[in-house]
Design a binder for this molecule. Structure first.
Ligand code: SAH
Ligand code: SF4
Ligand code: F3S
Length: 445
């Protein structure tokens, strides 16, 4: 640990979910507000913030190898290391004991206090703060700065669902919703700073509720309806949803609000009702499929996405096959799939019937092959469509641009454009992960 001198430059490395990406951006803004500057690419930083994820064992172990690498690379003057995020929350004391090079441990609900902790660490005092004051941090953070065309906005945090395999209720705490007015003003700020698309984030984003400007209780659809009134905001998305918090209003919103993009990430985890019950998911395969039918009725072209876990304790081959059947029944546009990873302190970790690793690997491979086929089929079915693409960055080839379709597909095209443009594009060729497009005539929207 550095003994003297306040850090002047910083780097934030975020792992895990989009909410961590959002927190990482806000940590960066906070540090910049305090006069530190982001270390240029390729240069060592005085302060490194590792914004960590605890969801699976591999993710959690990564923090220790990263700390080791930073200490080694720093030689006699290693950087000040701050461990933030969900590993900090779950294993704060263990990190302090195991990694003497770490000066600061700060949980996901306490990072607004980072400047004080840096001050203390500069004096040689290692500092830990894993308090959970829930929404206090947002009020203490500086206003949003310059952002790209597609921005994240955390509206809800925490989780009360306690799926038996999952650490999130422990690392992020109970469900809280940020106030409506704060979200509208942060969204306005993001749009002023250049955002054309906002993705509303929450561990259970559709559990968000609040009081709108007229004092009415509203759910996520009410918030979306209001945000859609911002003239320069062109697209709204939200993630991640839980099947149990889906409301009629949210489904209807997909048919009524043009700016709400036709995309839904609704994790299911398994196609077996026995496994779902053991996971404490409180939905069945059938109730999940019925929900999707209702979204499709409201918005027939909606692209569907989900999360899956293979090898949950006790999962039989037949139960796994039910997951494959569900995948075929849905025809996902895109999905995330994982091998079950036992997490300390969760009920599933103590269950019988842990599935051997080679069996999990085999199931994951078969599941991913099925998901890959469906993604390709979905992308192929898009060929021939003309749609708006929001340009997010330059492509690898000169003159090439990369953007997103309404269905969240990556689209490459060549021609005249700029980051932040919304361009009419013909989709001409499909791969499993992206599409080639061609600027349509009268391109600029
Ligand atoms: N709140 C969201 C996502 C939470 S974490 C939801 O409820 O769907 C993202 C995904 O990680 C989960 O959907 C699940 O598929 C996966 N996951 C969570 N805990 C896991 C574990 N112990 N092992 C493997 N995958 C896990
Ligand atoms: Fe974890 Fe379940 Fe909560 Fe999602 S709903 S964050 S999987 S406990
Ligand atoms: Fe990971 Fe925490 Fe997100 S455990 S997935 S960073 S909520």
């Amino acid at each position: 640990m550095r003994q003297s001198g306040s850090p002047r430059t910083f780097r934030v490395k975020s792992f895990g979910c989009q909410m961590n990406v959002y927190d990482g951006e806000r940590i960066g803004e906070l540090l910049a507000d305090k006069g530190l500057s982001a270390a240029p690419e390729g240069e060592d930083a005085d302060l490194v913030v590792l914004n960590t994820c605890h969801i699976r064992e591999k993710a959690a172990e990564k923090v220790y190898s990263d700390i080791g690498r930073l200490m080694k690379a720093g030689g006699d003057t290693p950087p000040m290391i701050a461990v933030a995020g969900c590993v900090a929350q779950a294993e704060g004391e263990e990190i302090m004991a195991r990694a003497p090079g770490v000066g600061i441990v700060v949980g996901p609900q306490a990072y607004h206090r980072l400047p004080d902790m840096i001050e203390r660490a500069t004096q040689g005092q290692r500092a830990t703060d894993t308090d959970m004051p829930a929404d206090a941090k947002f009020a203490a953070l500086p206003a949003r700065r310059k952002v790209g065309p597609s921005a994240f906005l955390t509206v809800q945090e925490g989780c009360d669902k306690f799926c038996t395999y999952c650490v999130v209720p422990y690392t992020r705490g109970a469900e809280i919703s940020r106030p409506f007015a704060d979200l509208v003003s942060e969204a306005e700020r993001l749009v002023e700073s250049g955002a054309r698309e906002i993705t509303l984030l929450g561990q259970n984003v559709n559990a968000w509720e609040g009081e709108d400007a007229r004092g009415r209780r509203v759910g996520l659809d009410g918030l979306i309806r209001d945000l859609a009134k911002l003239p320069d905001l062109q697209r709204i998305r939200y993630t991640t949803s839980h099947p149990n918090d889906v409301t009629d209003g949210l489904i209807a919103a997909h048919g009524e609000i043009e700016k709400l993009m036709p995309y839904l990430h609704l994790p299911v985890q398994s196609g077996s009702d026995r496994v779902l019950k053991a996971m404490n998911r409180s939905h069945t395969a059938e109730s999940y499929l019925k929900l999707l039918d209702r979204f499709r009725a409201a918005r027939p072209d909606i692209a569907l996405s989900g999360d899956f876990i293979v090898g949950f304790p006790g999962e039989t081959e037949e139960e796994f096959t039910q997951t494959l059947m569900l995948v075929d029944a849905v025809g996902y546009a895109q999905a995330y799939s994982f091998m079950y990873s036992p997490r300390p302190g969760t009920p599933a970790a103590a269950m019988d019937g842990h599935v051997p690793r080679d069996m999990m690997e085999d199931r994951l491979q078969r599941l991913q092959a099925a998901l890959g086929r469906h993604s390709l089929a979905f992308n192929r079915a898009s060929v021939g469509r003309t749609c708006d693409v929001l340009v997010e960055r330059k492509g690898k080839k000169p003159g090439q641009w990369l953007g997103k379709s309404p269905w969240l597909q990556s689209v490459y095209f060549e021609g005249e454009a700029a980051i932040g443009d919304m361009v009419r594009t013909d989709l001409i060729e499909a791969g499993p992960n992206s599409l080639a497009g061609r600027l349509a005539e009268f391109a600029h929207a």
